[in-house]
Design a protein around this ligand. Structure first.
Ligand code: X2X
Length: 337
């Protein structure tokens, strides 16, 4: 009798699972800008792997790096996901900020002095507010990973003072906020996708760029003339795991829970890799860059303050544009971290 009951229940479960499974796509496409072994690509791959394992292959996800699903234009990724042209993404706040102005928060110059500040934003009321905004805009946000603190490099000379940036042609991406920041520092910024950045650096069409150390090293920027690197920690870009709303709604509640938990777990892995050699007294990532023959400048607090002062006007302007309320919430979270 008992065995019969169990068999019946199992049969029922299989039956009820069937219609949902039948509606699932053969493959769900995850968009990223860079692939593994960049920490960003590792986070996305981990997400796909965990979901595959935990759904016994019911949900198959595949990473499409290089923003190839949006022809390399990473600033179109959010729109494409919202419209269902791509199913999912692990995306940088920078690349989604043209559509979601509040994501410019993380690009406010010198808002976040340390990793604790990033965490207190993503894991606190600010993160919740941003996720609510994303939800209102047609995607389901699930968790955070990290690209990292963006340090500035160039092919001409070491940068120690804002004056050293004068006249340098800088590749930036994503948002007019970056134009304003580099213009305030006396540089000549140009908006350009990641796909175009390396060729432009190689030919000398631009002199410099800003990106996390992991990106610098893995992309071998030292081989394309980027021999001066200044650690100024001016902004950092977290990454967000998100799914198109219709795709999300097509998943059963059990599968939604699995996909969300997998994003949280993959995010934790991604953040650990992104911070490797940069935290907890371990600065091996910095030494690694030095060993490549790059002159790495670490600013004194006074030297750094000169960059803060030079960009205060941009900060004030963009505080208004982003929304003073959320910026104040962020400032308060950081002050109380
Ligand atoms: O394009 C960049 O600089 C990168 C890879 O860091 C982003 O997508 C924000």
């Amino acid at each position: 009798m008992r065995i019969l009951k169990v068999a019946l229940l199992a049969g029922l479960a299989a039956l009820t699972a069937m219609p949902a499974a039948a509606e699932y796509k053969e493959e769900y496409k995850i968009s990223t800008v860079v692939p593994a072994p960049f920490p960003w690509g590792i986070a996305a791959e981990k997400w796909a792997e965990l979901v595959g394992e935990r759904t016994d292959g019911r949900i198959k996800m595949k990473v499409y790096p290089g923003a190839q699903l949006v022809s390399g234009d990473q600033t179109k990724e959010f729109t494409a996901m919202r419209r269902g042209i791509i199913d999912m993404a692990v995306g940088s706040t920078i690349n989604w900020s043209p559509q979601i102005k509040e994501l410019n928060l993380f690009s406010l110059p010198f808002l976040m002095p340390d990793y604790e500040s990033i965490d207190v934003l993503t894991q606190g009321p600010v993160g919740e507010k941003l996720f609510a905004i994303l939800r209102e805009n047609g995607v389901e946000p699930l968790g955070w990973a990290e690209n990292g603190y963006r340090e500035v490099s160039n092919s001409k000379h070491p940068i120690r003072t804002p004056d050293d940036l004068k006249g340098l042609k800088m590749r930036v991406v994503g948002s007019p906020l970056f134009n304003d920041t580099f213009t305030a520092l006396g540089a000549n910024p140009t908006q350009m996708s990641w796909a175009d950045a390396k060729p432009a650096l190689t030919t000398g069409a631009v002199d410099g760029q800003e990106n996390p150390l992991s990106v610098f090293t893995i992309a071998k920027m030292h081989e394309i003339g980027q021999t001066n690197l200044t650690l100024w920690h001016y902004v950092a870009d977290p990454l967000i795991f998100a799914v198109n709303q219709d795709v999300w709604n097509s998943f059963s509640p059990e599968d939604q829970a699995i996909v969300r938990q997998a994003a949280l777990d993959a995010g934790a892995v991604g953040i650990e890799v992104a911070r490797k050699g940069l935290t907890g007294g371990d600065n091996s990532a910095i030494e690694e860059v030095r060993a490549l023959g790059v002159e790495v400048i670490e600013l004194t607090p006074e030297e750094r303050q000169a960059f803060v002062d030079a960009t205060r006007g941009v900060y004030a302007d963009w505080k208004e544009k982003i929304g003073p309320e959320i910026v104040e919430m962020a400032e308060e979270s950081i002050a109380n971290r």
